[in-house]
Design a binder for this molecule. Structure first.
Ligand SMILES: O=C(O)c1ccccc1NCC(=O)[C@H](O)[C@H](O)COP(=O)(O)O
Length: 255
């Protein structure tokens, strides 16, 4: 059985990508932060280095306009486009609109796979049936799911409460792993476990959820003097510790 893949965000330069791949990271996650400054030659070189080194690039466009997203994919040509926008059937960003976008990406970019974040509340706040129902709607037009923590519990609700308004992610908090495990069981596509994954808890996450992969951003970032994570700056020692803990967990599970 292949081991659990490790995906690490936010890798924004070629040197960081080389360092992360050297530490054993499988998927290198990068973020295009602005629709208006979406052509970033350094980031494009980063994606290209990942491809040359035989790793997998995952790219988040942190905006929602379909034409800007198509243009972004044309410019970077990542292996995976990762959509983590908060979906809300009561608002202007519906699941149907997301499905339409994902269908258009499949038609225009048949080589680019689609990762879709599935929001799950923290333990005690997650609504399992709603999570599985949302995932069921998105599955036909997605290639991977990534479970990620939503602060309020209800999928798609209270978009503005998230660290980046309108997007799900970078909370540094774990979601309800029993719901994530249920998604792994029923899903026909691979599921990556994210949200608060750290060197300290990754082995438990692998054991309890049995995901295809694990993803980490906040808990492997460098920290400032007040111990607050610094966005877009990794701590290579923590990334290395997470990779080793994940590999050890795989060995125990398979042995
Ligand atoms: O990295 C960003 O800027 C970002 C912003 C908004 C949503 C997601 C974002 N990035 C990456 C991911 O999808 C994360 O890897 C994921 O949220 C992991 O959660 P955590 O480890 O708790 O930061």
């Amino acid at each position: 059985m292949p081991g659990t893949i490790v995906q690490i965000y936010e890798i924004q330069t070629p040197d960081e990508a080389r360092a992360m791949i050297g530490l054993g990271v499988d998927h290198i996650g990068s973020v295009v932060t602005s629709q208006h400054r979406r052509h970033d030659p350094v980031l494009r070189e980063t994606v290209s280095v990942v491809r040359q080194m035989g790793a997998v690039s995952s790219l988040i466009p942190l905006y929602k306009d379909p034409e800007a997203i198509f243009d972004t994919l044309d410019y970077y040509r990542p292996h995976i486009v990762h959509f983590c926008d908060a979906l809300n059937d009561n608002g202007d960003h519906s699941v149907d609109a997301a499905l339409e976008l994902q269908a258009a990406v499949r038609t225009r970019f048949p080589d680019i796979r689609i990762m879709r974040s599935i929001p799950i509340g923290q333990t005690g706040a997650a609504i399992g049936e709603a999570v599985l129902s949302l995932a069921g709607r998105l599955e036909p037009l997605s290639d991977f799911f990534l479970t990620d923590t939503v602060i309020t519990g209800a999928p798609g609700a209270a978009d503005a409460d998230q660290p980046v308004a309108g997007f799900v992610g970078i909370t540094g908090l774990t979601c309800d792993w029993s719901v994530a495990a249920r998604l792994v069981e029923v899903s026909r596509i691979p599921v990556v476990l994210a949200g608060g994954v750290s060197p300290e808890n990754v082995a438990d996450g692998i054991r309890q959820v049995r995901p295809f992969g694990v993803d980490s951003c906040t808990c492997t970032n460098a920290v400032d003097q007040q111990c607050r994570p610094i966005r877009f700056q990794k701590d290579p020692a923590r990334v290395g510790a997470l990779v080793s803990a994940a590999r050890k967990a795989d060995d125990i599970n398979q042995g």
